[in-house]
Design a protein around this ligand. Structure first.
Ligand SMILES: [Fe+2]
Length: 462
């Protein structure tokens, strides 16, 4: 066993010496097929709350939005919650705001969103939806108060869908005891893959992921499969199903749209952007982001993380350069403000970049190749959740110098923030057991410890 471990370590280090790695791992090709709906039935009791999901409900981490659907009646529309341990187990009640919507020939159930506020930090709460035999009970743990050396672990997933591959990705993540919250980089149910954007697929997806989303917050980003813009069936309101179903605390960060917002969580400051909303100069998203960066206090939240759907650096021929116009608008701000990490989805494979920037380029100087830049973020494409559209296995050849590691497999990542200077990052491919790491690196914080990380990166070669 020790010999094997040493051999693997040698592989790590030999891999480190190379510039960019295209993994030699070859995933056996097979069709991506959706799981049958009967795998995810509604709860057996009449009108019981279902599709339960939670997300952070304020900017600081003391709020939680609890969302659920009751299929037939408006009630129950109340959350009862209490501290799981300690002397103060008094029960509190919060009424939900309830909505529903029609989409072509589909009518949603009653969709409830209740915001729990002024929760204690770092505390486990039990919450209950419904009463008597329809009641369902769940729990969550609030994050520690924001602080520079507060450890916290995020899961990272994107483009999940609801295939057997999606299930593998999801079950692997759920089996990892480290994840405390999920950074989700967009494309949820893929309902729009079906005729008339069959919104029943949204309901099934809500039930599929409930065993995680009901217990830990998923930080939502909108992708192209959330747009659901279909004028051919007179569905002219972009993001209609997504915005009814997934509420986020956008007003707390002075945003005017749920499609872009920010939160603080433990030692991380997370900015969520929308690749499918206007971001040109003077647009609401541009103006908001411009005012957002000066608010980030790296002494309180050292780790500055951006989530967006369409990657700015992608060496896959699928969706190649779709994120380019947003890169032109925002990359300079990312570099000037020393963003640590940018997570994207959209491309159905995995890729991690070097710390590079292309901000020198302008239309007259012609300097249009990315260069090493210690102030630049690492860009990670993690649209490898396993949805029905299949794998993106057509990488540009040769591998561009900005690409540190890439592999056409499905999987998820874990980001373990240790303190203000170090975070350990791992990527887990579905074909391996969860403890096996297919790509890993230590990230050094750009504000507190902006040293080169190259010696700690280790794309494993199989
Ligand atoms: Fe996408």
């Amino acid at each position: 066993m020790w010999i094997l471990t040493i051999f693997c370590l040698c592989l790590h280090f030999s891999a480190t010496c190379n510039a960019g790695i295209t993994s030699k791992y070859v995933r056996k090709p097979h069709a991506s097929v959706d799981m049958p709906p009967e795998h995810f039935p509604s709860p057996a009791t009449f009108n019981a709350p279902e599709q339960v999901h939670i997300t952070q409900g304020d900017h600081e981490g003391r709020g939680m939005i609890i969302s659920w659907v009751t299929p037939l009646h408006r009630n129950p529309n109340v959350v009862t919650y209490w501290e799981a341990e300690g002397e103060h187990r008094r029960r509190h009640k919060v009424h939900a705001a309830t909505t529903s919507y029609r989409y072509y020939n589909y009518t949603s159930g009653f969709i409830h969103h209740a915001t729990l506020r002024m929760l204690k930090y770092d505390t486990r709460y039990i919450y209950e939806l419904g009463k008597h035999n329809e009641a369902r009970k769940f729990s969550f743990t609030t994050p520690p108060k924001a602080g520079p050396d507060v450890p916290y672990t995020f899961g990272v997933m994107g483009d999940l869908g609801q295939t057997y591959d999606s299930n593998q990705t999801f079950q692997h993540y759920v089996s990892n005891p480290k994840g405390q919250a999920v950074l989700y980089v967009g494309d949820l149910s893929y309902a729009d893959h079906y005729p008339f954007h069959d919104n029943v697929k949204w309901d099934i997806w809500g039930r599929f992921v409930e065993k995680s989303t009901a217990y830990q917050p998923w930080i939502w980003t909108a992708g192209n499969h959330e747009i659901d813009y279909a004028p051919e069936i007179e569905e002219n309101t972009p993001f209609k199903p997504y915005m009814h179903r997934y509420h986020v605390p956008y007003k707390a960060s002075k945003s005017t749209s749920p499609l872009w917002y920010s939160i603080k969580r433990a030692s991380a400051y997370i900015i969520v952007l929308s690749s499918y909303s206007a971001y040109g100069t003077y647009t609401p998203q541009y103006n908001w982001l411009e005012q957002e960066f000066p608010k980030v206090n790296r002494s309180e939240t050292p780790w500055l993380i951006v989530l967006l759907h369409s990657p700015m650096y992608n060496s896959n021929n699928y969706h190649y350069m779709e994120g380019e116009s947003m890169r032109v608008m925002f990359e300079q701000w990312f570099v000037e403000n020393k963003v640590d990490l940018v997570f994207s989805g959209h491309v159905h494979s995995y890729e991690r970049s070097e710390r590079i920037s292309n901000v020198q380029y302008n239309i007259t100087n012609g300097l249009s190749a990315p260069v090493k830049d210690p102030c630049a973020p690492v860009y990670i494409t993690i649209g490898d959740g396993g949805n029905i559209e299949g794998i993106a296995d057509n990488f540009a050849d040769p591998q561009p110098s900005y690409s540190a590691f890439r592999e056409a497999s499905f999987g998820h990542a874990i980001l373990e923030i240790k303190n203000r200077s170090h975070a350990f990052y791992t990527w887990h491919r579905n074909q391996d057991n969860e403890p096996t790491i297919a790509d890993s690196t230590w990230f050094h914080n750009r504000y507190w410890y902006p040293h080169d990380e190259h010696s700690s990166s280790s794309g494993l070669v199989h």
